[in-house]
Design a protein around this ligand. Structure first.
Ligand SMILES: CC(C)(COP(=O)(O)OP(=O)(O)OC[C@H]1O[C@@H](n2cnc3c(N)ncnc32)[C@H](O)[C@@H]1OP(=O)(O)O)[C@@H](O)C(=O)NCCC(=O)NCCS
Length: 136
């Protein structure tokens, strides 16, 4: 079950996934013009369909809002997310090399080493074009 939320983080709209009234996932998004960015997505009940349901909910609202593009940023160490997104129709469109170096100037607590012991360096942009989906 999904419920709408607003106010977190930074006043973005989103959806909470509920399992037997327990909150098990949250996605937030930001629609700007014809683009919808997935800003955060987190599941605390991995591998039970929560993340997929959250993606579908944002995809649905993005299409209904007339968006042509759904996109997001992940980091170079997040192998799980890269697999997850690509299997759900996202494609890689850009690597923002050393983007984390800039982010660390604002948030020094960002670690140097990420998941799997991989140096945390780059931002990877993925997108899904929605105009074709809207016509189906
Ligand atoms: C990425 C993330 C949101 C995915 O959420 P999730 O709830 O695990 O997603 P799902 O359960 O829908 O899918 C995950 C896997 O479980 C499998 N799965 C889904 N339902 C299942 C079920 N009932 N039984 C067995 N496997 C199942 C899916 O097939 C999927 O595998 P695949 O990606 O190889 O196809 C989650 O791993 C997460 O919160 N990660 C930490 C935060 C993060 O990295 N966010 C992204 C930052 S860009």
């Amino acid at each position: 079950m999904l419920a709408t939320v607003s106010g977190y983080p930074q006043d973005l709209p989103g959806f909470v996934a509920l399992y037997e009234s327990e909150k098990v996932g949250l996605v937030t998004y930001n629609i700007t013009g014809a683009s919808c960015e997935i800003v955060t997505i987190d599941s605390i009940r991995p591998s039970s369909g929560v993340g997929s349901a959250l993606i579908e909910a944002v995809k649905d609202i993005a299409i209904k809002s007339g968006c042509e593009r759904l996109w997001l940023i992940t980091t170079n160490d997040n192998m799980n997310a890269l697999r997850f997104y690509q299997k759900r129709g996202f494609v890689l469109v850009a690597v923002h090399r050393n983007a984390l170096e800039v982010s660390r100037k604002l948030k020094p607590e960002i670690p140097m080493i990420g998941d799997h012991g991989i140096p945390l360096r780059d931002e990877i942009e993925l997108e899904m074009m929605l105009d074709d989906l809207a016509e189906q």
